[in-house]
Design a protein. Structure first.
Length: 375
């Protein structure tokens, strides 16, 4: 779903919305003000057309490796915005200037049930690299997507371990009945946790219910049953068209607590596009399970930079050099894409951006929320 830029996903979700009794279209959301101490760069760090002709970079997952950085990211590889969308690997000495390594995609949908392999989330666990990914089914499938798992000894050469680690139940009233996707992997002490976004019908009507679930493993091969861990908070009411949360990504702390970052989803009939991710929010858990204490304000919103006026999504957090660094995907509104198209899909209207905050300021803001909740 991070890479579902065109209105295809909105069309796929429309029947579910009708089943849920969605009434009159909600207006454009007036987003809460973002937290003040985050510094958001004015232009994407990896714009469209960088590193590869007609590349539309999205879905970042960033690791600190030795003296440099590694980013896993995706783009369409044949026709812009269309399958196959596949994962790549980029490296950087400073976390700012990137080069592909290798130049070709890391995985292919050949041999599996999907037309695209999207949203790679990579961690090191039990002596290997693990990549949780979203597999996109061909058009007409009962559910648009599922979650798979790949493994690697070096982070470069990958093998699919499970094409379908997790899929929707198909149950009409289940929280994960219609789809699951967008995994966010994290290692919490001796456990591999994979958070994910799920969509089901909303009881009582309104937009489809989009929430965050988790599965976990102690060996990387056998996983628990999925459980729902976070649903939308009062800051994003369904009555205003908010569907819930998407694109989870997590950081683990030495004490076992987890910082969870995720996109906020808004649905607007006739919107640009109809299903869009409009903010990135943060919550903290003592052990990776509920309760998650949500911040009082989003980290960033689509109003945080001119080039994210269409969507801001797909957070990739990293603690590094006394800073909390955050890479994310974004793009302008569809109506503002003409310059990008005229340049041959090259330019700052689409890509991967960057924001950062001093770690002590982040800790102070998060601590204030946690203490208020505990009181």
């Amino acid at each position: 779903m991070r890479a579902r830029f065109l209105p295809r996903l909105a069309h796929q979700l429309a029947p579910l919305a009708m089943l849920a009794g969605c009434g009159a279209a909600a207006p454009e959301p007036v987003l809460p003000a973002a937290q003040p101490d985050w510094r958001v760069e004015a232009a994407p760090q990896l714009p469209a057309g960088a590193l590869r002709a007609q590349a539309l970079w999205n879905d970042p997952s960033v690791l600190r490796e030795g003296r440099g950085y590694v980013m896993y990211l995706t783009t369409s590889t044949v026709k812009p915005f269309e399958p196959p969308i596949l994962p790549f690997r980029a490296v950087s000495p400073d976390g700012r200037s990137w080069s592909l390594s290798p130049a070709q995609p890391l995985l292919s949908p050949q041999g599996g049930p999907y037309v695209s392999v999207e949203t790679p989330s990579v961690v090191r666990f039990a002596g290997r690299y693990f990549m949780a990914f979203t597999g996109i089914y061909p058009s007409g499938a009962a559910s648009p997507m599922a979650i798979g798992l790949a493994v690697s000894g070096d982070g470069v050469t990958w093998q699919v371990a499970q094409w379908t680690l997790l899929k929707a139940t198909g149950g009409a009233t289940d929280w994960n009945g219609y789809l699951v996707g967008e995994p966010g992997a994290v290692v919490v002490k001796d456990r591999l946790l994979i958070y994910f976004s799920a969509v089901g019908a909303r009881e009582g009507g309104g937009p489809p219910l989009q929430s965050i679930g988790v599965v976990e493993s102690t060996d990387g091969a056998h996983f628990s049953a999925p459980r729902q861990v976070l649903t939308q908070g009062a800051l994003y009411p369904a009555a205003q068209g908010y569907a819930g949360y998407s694109s989870p990504a997590a950081l683990a702390r030495a004490d076992g607590s987890v910082d969870l970052f995720y996109s906020v989803v808004h649905v607007l009939k006739g919107g640009d596009p109809e299903w869009r991710q409009v903010a990135i929010h943060h919550a903290r858990s003592r052990d990776g399970s509920p309760p998650f204490d949500e911040d009082r304000a989003p980290v960033v919103t689509r109003d945080s930079a001119r080039w994210t006026g269409g969507e801001i999504l797909a957070p990739a957090p990293l603690v590094d050099d006394g800073m909390l660094k955050l890479w994310f995907g974004g793009h302008v509104r569809q109506a503002a894409l003409a310059p990008l198209i005229k340049r041959g899909l090259k330019g700052p209207e689409f890509g991967i951006g960057f924001a950062a905050i001093p770690l002590d300021r982040f800790e102070q803001a998060t601590g204030e929320v946690t203490n208020a909740v505990q009181r």
